[in-house]
Design a protein around this ligand. Structure first.
Ligand code: SAH
Ligand code: SF4
Ligand code: F3S
Length: 469
């Protein structure tokens, strides 16, 4: 267990001179970086802090606590956090001059990876808390309020999910008709480029009963669409209500029985964990949306091996064929890394070829970013930045073409849309297509939470425009 106390810096006045507001009027500003799991975690931390007397605010200037929930996946993500901390430091000094305390906390994957280093580099930070200890946040804060600097990054023995408070129903209603639900966390796969196994720890699946209870609470608050989250979500497994060992496919069938839950999704999957039952769920379960994010990273066998992905390009293509045979209107999405150490022009061409073969509806692509502590960072043959830039441009041009082609193929078709929220422009509402595109409709087309049938009239950059069918 790592629990460091570090001298307070000389920023502003000492803690005891500052006015600590009474519990009921404290405010917390949370900023979230990175993946959907961080979005979910920020909500759970906000829930824990609500019980501790902190109301959420969107105005950082009025916050008694600023919490950055960080991402470490690529260098840029981590650097953003440090530059934000520079701005927060100034705000904190201003607040101190006005006689009010502002505590600064860093949570998430940078917190886990860098620990006390964050406080050394950014002395304005009062507390650092890793993803596996969020249920201890109120206790950590109590110490921080008394002037101690806290680093809490051990892997807790207790189940954090059991100890994190559930939000009030009114809060769930406020959050809207779509929701995330973490079912699995951590990763044992150790791809050679990736920090996640180090920042999130080893693979843990939440028990069936906990997941069902949380999904029921969401449905009871009007949530229509739930996205199950995990770093390796399709590796989820657990003992079911029938005492059998369930995989994700079986869990999806169970969740689809919950009244009100009309749509299910899951992300992110690893190709090696797509089992027959899960593929069958895509065929047999109407609530499971026909959209699958299945990262492959590269189309070159040599690079896949160096990445420790533990499958070949051909395995991925065969898997895609099986998934499409089960559900022919499924839209596929993926992640790609260009410029992994040793990637030659021929390796990159193999990735381009794989993209041509699969034909993605959307995808994310990144330049390889060496991460401290991962095997990839130590490899010879790092690819020059200019080469990475050039390859990324070519790949993104192809992926964009495919994405636009997919959008255009929907024009004239009648599809289901979940009405999600008011539009940015007056008179509009925004819905969500089965394939995760925003669908712009007239505000009278339906109430938020309705699933309506619309006809697609045209495409926008990333969205669809539609009229009631
Ligand atoms: N668990 C998921 C991915 C999690 S990270 C999976 O196994 O697919 C999300 C994406 O970030 C990855 O799919 C990868 O494309 C990208 N990524 C991860 N580490 C990276 C790195 N060091 N440099 C560039 N991109 C990276
Ligand atoms: Fe990272 Fe690989 Fe695990 Fe995905 S499977 S989280 S890319 S180590
Ligand atoms: Fe980033 Fe951690 Fe998610 S590194 S992508 S916030 S799991």
């Amino acid at each position: 267990m790592e629990l460091n106390t570090i001298e307070r810096d000389d920023l502003g006045a000492a803690a005891e001179d500052l006015v600590v507001p009474p519990a009921a009027t404290r405010k917390v500003f949370v900023k979230t970086y990175g993946c959907q799991m961080n979005v979910y975690d920020s909500q759970r931390m906000t829930d824990a802090l609500a019980i501790d007397g902190y109301a959420a605010t969107d105005a950082i200037g009025e916050a008694d606590l600023v919490l950055l929930n960080t991402c470490h996946i690529r260098e840029k993500a981590a650097e953003k956090v440090y530059s934000e901390l520079g701005r927060v430091r100034e705000l904190k000094a201003e607040r101190a001059k006005a006689g009010r305390e502002m505590l600064v906390g860093v949570a998430g994957c940078v917190a886990q990876a860098e620990g006390a280093e964050i406080i050394r580099r950014s002395p304005a930070v009062d507390l650092v808390i890793g993803p596996q200890t969020y249920h201890r946040l109120p206790a950590v804060l109590a110490k921080a309020r008394s002037g101690e600097k806290i680093v809490e990054t051990d892997y807790a023995v207790e189940d954090k999910f059991e100890h994190l408070p559930q939000p009030k129903r009114a809060e769930l209603i406020r959050r809207g008709v779509t929701a995330f639900l973490t079912v699995q966390e951590g990763c044992d796969k150790f791809c050679t480029f990736c920090v996640v196994p180090y920042t999130r720890g080893s693979e843990v699946s939440r028990p069936v009963a906990q997941i069902v209870a949380e999904a029921e609470r969401l449905a009871d608050a009007g949530v229509r669409e739930v996205t199950l989250l995990g770093q390796n979500v399709n590796a989820w497994h657990g003992r079911g209500e029938d005492s059998e060992e369930w995989g994700l496919g079986r869990l999806l069938f169970r969740l689809a029985e919950i009244p009100g839950l009309a749509r299910l999704r899951y992300t992110t999957s690893h190709p090696r964990d797509m089992d027959d039952e899960l593929i069958a769920a895509h065929r047999d379960l109407p609530a499971l949306m026909p959209y699958l994010h299945l990262p492959v990273q590269s189309g070159s066998d040599r690079i896949l091996r160096a990445m420790n992905r533990r499958h070949m390009a051909k395995d991925y293509l065969t898997l895609i064929d099986r998934i499409r045979a089960a559900r022919n209107d499924i839209a596929l999405s993926g992640d790609f890394i260009v410029g992994f150490p040793g990637e030659t022009e021929a390796d990159f061409e193999a990735t381009m070829q794989l993209v041509e073969d699969v034909n993605y509806a959307s995808a994310f692509s990144f330049k390889y970013s060496p991460r401290p502590g991962t095997p990839g960072a130590e490899m010879n043959d790092q690819v020059p930045e200019a080469v990475k830039d050039e390859r990324l441009q070519r790949l993104q041009a192809l992926l964009l073409k495919q994405q636009q082609h997919f959008g255009a193929s929907l024009v004239g078709r009648t599809i289901d849309t979940l009405v999600e929220k008011p539009g940015r422009q007056a008179g509009q509402k925004v819905g969500r297509s089965p394939w995760l595109q925003p669908v712009i409709v007239d505000e009278k087309a339906g109430e938020i939470g309705d699933i309506i049938q619309v006809r697609i009239t045209k495409t926008g950059y990333n969205s669809l425009f539609a009229e009631l069918a």
